[in-house]
Design a protein around this ligand. Sequence first.
Ligand code: THU
Length: 129
Amino acid sequence: MVKDLINKAIEARKFSYSPYSGFQVGAALLCKDGTVYTGCNVENAAYGPSNCAERTAIFKAVSEGKREFEKIAIVGGMEGESVAPTPCGVCRQVMSEFCDPSFEIIMAKNEEDYETATLGELLPRSFDL
Ligand code: THU
């Protein structure tokens, strides 16, 4: 299952629109009902309106009625290379809106080489109302 999710993130990365940074990211989000939503980063000439792959996937899912998530796989890197990206602070906060501290974040170079962390580890003491 983890490998499937990483492969879906690798496929999503192909749609990355990242002409400014050149850093291409793909994400695949597994919902608790078993459905998967993918996303890529979408950049903008004004930089600020850019959206990360993780938030693209989460917003796609939430906008279709999904709010319960189990894990997310993230892949990325400059053209032709692969690193294991850690989610930015904004994405961690967005995850914390919908996900438990046990939500699993899979940061992958490829389907064999990845590390995992929970949201609670990456964003301890997150802000909540
Ligand atoms: N980016 C993501 O999409 N996800 C991450 O986890 C790290 C960063 C994007 C934002 C921007 O388009 C590019 O990668 C460089 O920061």
